[in-house]
Design a protein around this ligand. Structure first.
Ligand code: HEM
Length: 138
């Protein structure tokens, strides 16, 4: 069980690295002047590679969590609330893919300020999920 849990934590940490950095790239993309084509293409390339890299990692983080839950008999309200928050995180991840598509097709509608607030959402989920997973308050 401990090997599965350590792999779970490696995957979770890597997933969050991507969820923290991708919206930061969106902040920069939203600030670019229309005539900075080279800079825009560079940031789009980085965002695309990062999104493709972190998507399977996110899915493996969830799969390893489900393995822990269903394979080792964990239970409790903390796990249900945690899983609900993780579903929100998966929706956030998928929405990042949609926003990346909007940048690629030149129809981004949000300002860099909007993306700065958007960038903070995974932080709140990380704080709540780690508290639930370690303290198991209910
Ligand atoms: C559907 C997705 C997930 C499920 C079902 C799940 C389930 C679990 C289970 C059953 C454990 C073992 C708890 C224990 O050993 O006491 C665990 C540990 C842990 N999970 Fe997840 N997890 C999921 C996703 C995540 C995510 C996204 C995070 C990100 C913050 C996370 C953070 C942790 C941490 C920090 C631990 C270690 C807790 C400890 O050792 O006390 N998990 N998870």
């Amino acid at each position: 069980m401990l090997i599965v849990k350590v792999v779970h934590l490696w995957l979770v940490v890597s997933w969050f690295a991507g969820l923290f950095y991708l919206p930061r790239l969106f902040v920069n993309l939203a600030m670019i002047e229309a005539d900075s084509v080279a800079e825009r293409d560079r940031l789009l390339l980085m965002s695309g590679k990062l999104y493709r890299f972190v998507t399977p990692i996110g899915l493996l983080a969830v799969a390893s969590g489900l393995w822990l839950w269903l394979g080792f008999g964990f239970s409790g309200g903390w796990l249900h609330v945690k899983t609900t928050l993780v579903v929100l995180l998966l929706a956030y991840h998928a929405y990042c893919g949609r926003l990346l598509h909007h940048f690629r097709t030149g129809c981004n509608r949000h300002s860099h300020v909007w993306y700065r607030w958007f960038n903070e959402m995974p932080v709140l989920v990380l704080l709540a999920v780690t508290y639930l997973a370690v303290v198991k308050p209910f």
